[in-house]
Design a protein around this ligand. Structure first.
Ligand code: EPZ
Length: 436
């Protein structure tokens, strides 16, 4: 069955939607649970494929995993956890590299297959490994595995040349039970890292500087299991905010802190979207009038989030004027442009800049998801395209969005998840020109 999103443009989105727990926090909270023997419970965990993969990694390492219907995950972690993860699991999920720190911290060694996950250009783990080496780990790696060993991890001053989210998290997870003090300088500051630090402190860790560019960790002998609820997903919220803006709708998003996507909301406001509300009442997005072009550059938090870049490219294609979007975080994240061009968008690429001229009418087209944010953005493009858009390979979107079609439908969108053969104009759709 050629599973796909079938999107018919024209509806504007209205209503209220609860935002799920943040994928990019929950994945790391599961790794953190491995640091403490006993039962840890994590609430507000999104029902997405990446979480399924991470829970399989936790099971493989010896944890007993339970999930109830309302998003609470239970992890019963044994005194001895495993120290190796099978290639097929790690290749499904790049983020599983974040178990490296905890495994070395708990048992002095870890052997992981090299990570898989999104194909967003060259995604290295050199900063993770260099930091663990600074803490006394002996790191070796081959073409398809990485191994770290340490009789004892010792606190160190580690300066990150780039505020890497994953490296910050891996090193934080290693430092909380290392001997002595670790300073992570130029640490990433994403809200998901603050969420991880909050849970670790509840487990008994000693962490200062959360939210600042320098984390100071004083190692403790052992951590205790705990309960924690995942922070709201700012990227899922931003995705639905763009959907509301694109369709001239009026949508309220609950369960997310607007401060966690402040710069993205400022850019939506600059483009003519009416942004209001707060964490308690909900974030409200209205787009009564035409959208205006604006320039955007992605940067580590609190800069504009790269995970909203494809979605904003769609929005800028519908905004009046010429906009420049610069991607500073990943070197291969413009895969959506070829598909948007095939739908009629006027976008030129110059290095890590995308120059977008709008507004341009988009026409329904058969396009292909290549990663989760690009795939979600193609569905958003379908919401404003003339006719029907078929987004193939929707499994990429399932990695980070629970029931994406159903949640958009709940706001009034004409989107369904079905066999592509059910497209109203099967075969009649021009296939997207798959450019670079
Ligand atoms: C996390 O990826 C997120 N994933 C990404 O979200 C997000 O785009 C990214 O942070 C930036 O915010 C998860 O949290 C599971 P990085 P991560 O380490 O940790 C380079 C999504 O759509 N780098 O900050 O991999 C790297 O190549 C995903 O939910 C090194 O060179 O991001 C990249 O160009 C996509 N060496 C840049 O830094 C390293 O050792 C950002 O990487 C580590 C990173």
């Amino acid at each position: 069955m050629a599973d796909a999103f079938l999107v018919r443009g024209g509806a504007s989105l209205h209503g209220s939607l609860p935002v799920n727990g943040a994928k990019n926090s929950a994945l790391k909270l599961i790794a953190a649970a491995l640091l403490a023997e006993g039962r840890t419970t994590i609430a507000n965990v999104p029902a997405i494929a990446d979480i399924d993969a991470m829970l399989d990694v936790a099971r493989h390492l010896g944890a007993e995993v339970g999930r109830d219907g309302d998003g609470t995950v239970t992890l019963d972690v044994p005194g001895e956890v495993g120290t190796a993860t099978p290639p097929e699991l790690v290749r499904r999920l790049r983020a599983s590299i974040v178990v490296l720190g905890p495994l070395v911290a708990r048992h002095g060694r870890a052997r992981l297959a090299m990570p898989g996950g999104c194909n967003l250009g060259s995604r290295n783990i050199d900063l993770h490994l260099a930091g663990l080496s600074r803490m006394g780990a002996e790191v070796t790696y081959g073409p398809d595995y990485v191994e770290a060993r340490a009789d004892e991890l010792v606190g160190a001053a580690i300066e990150l040349p780039f505020a890497s989210v994953g490296a910050t998290e891996n090193l934080l997870l290693a430092a909380v039970t290392a001997r002595g003090r670790t300073r992570i300088i130029n640490a990433a500051r994403e809200p998901e890292i603050a969420d991880l630090a909050t849970m670790l402190c509840r487990m008994g860790a000693r962490i200062e500087g959360v939210g600042s560019p320098e984390l100071v960790v004083d190692g403790v002998d052992r951590l205790a299991p705990t309960h924690h609820a995942v922070v709201g997903d700012r990227i899922e919220a931003g995705t639905f905010a763009v959907a509301a803006a694109l369709t001239g709708g009026d949508v309220t998003l609950t369960g997310v802190d607007p401060e966690h996507l402040r710069l993205a909301l400022d850019k939506l406001a600059a483009a003519g979207v009416d942004v209001s509300g707060d964490a308690a009442a909900g974030l409200r997005l209205r787009a009564p009038g035409p959208l205006r072009g604006t320039d955007i550059a992605t940067l580590p938090y609190p800069g504009f989030p790269t995970d909203l870049q494809p979605q904003l490219l769609v929005l800028l294609s519908q905004a009046r004027g010429t906009s420049m979007l610069t991607e500073n975080v990943f070197d291969g994240r413009f895969s959506i442009v070829a598909h948007l061009r095939a739908m009629g968008a006027d976008i030129d690429l110059e290095g890590h800049h995308a120059i977008v001229r709008g507004p341009t009418a988009l026409r329904g087209c058969e396009v292909i998801a290549t990663d989760l944010r690009q795939g979600a953005a193609l569905v958003l493009a379908g919401l404003v395209a003339d006719g029907e858009t078929v987004v193939a390979d929707p499994h990429h979107v399932d990695r980070g969005y629970a029931d994406f079609a159903g949640r958009l439908r709940a706001l009034g969108a004409d989107v369904e998840r079905a066999d592509a053969a059910r497209a109203r104009t099967p075969g009649g759709l021009p296939r997207a020109v798959l450019g670079p």
